[in-house]
Design a protein around this ligand. Structure first.
Ligand code: FAD
Length: 410
């Protein structure tokens, strides 16, 4: 339409039935879109939450069905055509349609790419394809490893990021013998301060998880196609019953790249979630968007929801002006970690102690407060989030002073 608003009857197609794709579809209907919405996902389950996959699901604290955002009937009620077990193979931009693996085609006026990310894998040459080597991304992954979580089993976890540490905590709680190896000099090196790494190192040690830092994998060794042992970078060999690989993800950006859409560590979008093709948008783990002076790609639920909703707005011709407000959480043993902001580029850290084992680490660059890691301290997390979002930076000595009420700083 000439005024920039999109015809309410426009055909909208969303590729990827995960957090961002789901959020976008719901928002489109909430904004009054009356045209067709087709949500295409290659998994067989209705859209579901991923965080419990490495937390409560294996512990039996929740069930598969409780992870679904909505029952199947919801999609019919909202007039959202949900096509599950359907992989989009190509985007034909000139004809404005997508081609599916079953040969069918779906035409669009606006297209949203919400294809997420997939785990990085160990190369086959070092045993990455042996049986008993698992990743943690979707329900199929969890279901394929669930019967391994038996007391006394020896699990090797490769990668000391949040997914690896959560998998280690779950394994330990279920009585497995857990070894976690991290190639860099400390766990959480990429995302957190030495203080936070130390906190989680001690937590895991106190639950008998063996954490080996500066330790990589030379190769996994198998018998009859099944992993049996791991040779570590120090030359030692450890017998294992199974392995969980948590070494980061790749954005699913190939579909966009093959269609000639700009890709650079994810699908490049502007603040309106628009790609280099004005009719194609992207959101969630797959999208690289403007952040401060550069670009960023976030892998978090909060971003997938907010950016999915921003994309919905933008697809209807409204300005979305997406400004990420990063937040994240992780559950390990009895610790709830909540993170506000992004610590990238920090040069110092202030510590604030709370009651019991509650503690928070505050990241600064110069005088600017960038981010906070709060362990078992939701009140501190909430205050920190509000301070960061308001652009306020109380000095580190004020933060460290526990007689100061954080609310008075807001
Ligand atoms: P996804 O949820 O990955 O959805 C993308 C979907 O697109 C997938 O179903 C994929 O199969 C599908 N797809 C891809 N290509 C195609 C195609 N060509 N055709 C059809 N379908 C396709 N975040 C937090 O904030 N806190 C946490 O504690 C936390 N814990 C996590 C624990 C685990 C185990 C995992 C895996 C993630 C966790 N995250 C957490 C991250 C969070 O879940 C993701 O950031 C979020 O799910 C991203 O949503 P998305 O829609 O961008 O991608």
């Amino acid at each position: 339409m000439e005024d920039g608003r999109v015809d309410q009857a426009a055909r909208i197609v969303v590729i990827g039935a995960g957090q961002a794709g789901f959020s976008a579809c719901v928002k489109l209907r909430a904004l009054g879109h009356t045209g067709s919405i087709t949500l295409i996902g290659d998994e067989s389950h209705p859209p579901y939450q991923r965080p419990p996959l490495s937390k409560g699901l294996l512990l039996g604290e929740t069930t598969e069905e409780r992870l679904y955002f909505r029952p199947l009937s919801f999609y019919a009620e909202k007039g959202i055509e949900l096509r599950l077990s359907s992989t989009v193979q190509a985007i034909e931009r000139s004809a404005r349609k997508v081609r599916l693996a079953d040969g069918s085609e779906v035409a669009y006026d606006r297209l949203l790419l919400a294809t997420g990310a997939r785990p990085r894998v160990l190369p086959a040459e070092i045993g990455g394809e042996l049986g008993g080597v698992f990743h943690v991304r979707n329900l199929v992954d969890i279901n394929s490893m669930a019967n391994r979580f038996r007391e006394g089993q020896r699990v090797l976890i490769i990668g000391g990021g949040y997914i690896g540490l959560e998998a280690a905590a779950v394994s330990s709680k279920l009585g497995l013998q857990v070894t976690l190896v991290e190639a860099s000099d400390r766990i959480l090196q990429r995302v957190a301060s030495p203080e936070t790494s130390q906190f989680f190192r001690e937590l895991h040690a106190s639950h008998n998880v063996t954490v080996l830092e500066e330790t990589g994998i030379r190769r996994l060794m198998g018998e009859d196609g099944h992993v049996r042992a791991a040779e570590l970078s120090d030359g030692s060999v450890r017998p294992v019953d199974f392995v969980i690989v948590g070494i980061g993800v790749h954005p699913n950006a190939e579909l966009a790249r093959d269609a000639g859409i700009e890709v650079d560590n994810g699908i490049v979008v502007d603040a309106d979630c628009r790609t280099s093709d004005p009719d194609v948008f992207a959101a969630g783990d797959c999208a690289s968007f403007p952040w401060k002076a550069g670009r960023i790609r976030l892998e978090s639920v909060g971003n997938a929801i907010d950016q999915g909703e921003a994309a919905a707005k933008a697809m209807l011709g409204e300005s979305a002006g997406y400004l990420a407000k990063p937040w994240f959480w992780s559950d390990q043993f009895d610790v709830k970690l909540q993170i506000a902001g992004l610590s990238t580029g920090y040069d110092r850290v202030a510590t604030r102690h709370g009651a019991g084992n509650a503690v928070s680490y505050w990241y600064y660059r110069g005088d600017e407060l960038l981010a906070v890691d709060a362990m078992n301290d939701s009140r501190v997390y909430m205050a920190a989030k509000r301070l960061i979002e308001a652009g306020k930076s109380p000095p580190p000595h004020v933060i460290a002073d526990t007689t100061v009420d954080l609310k008075s700083l807001l």
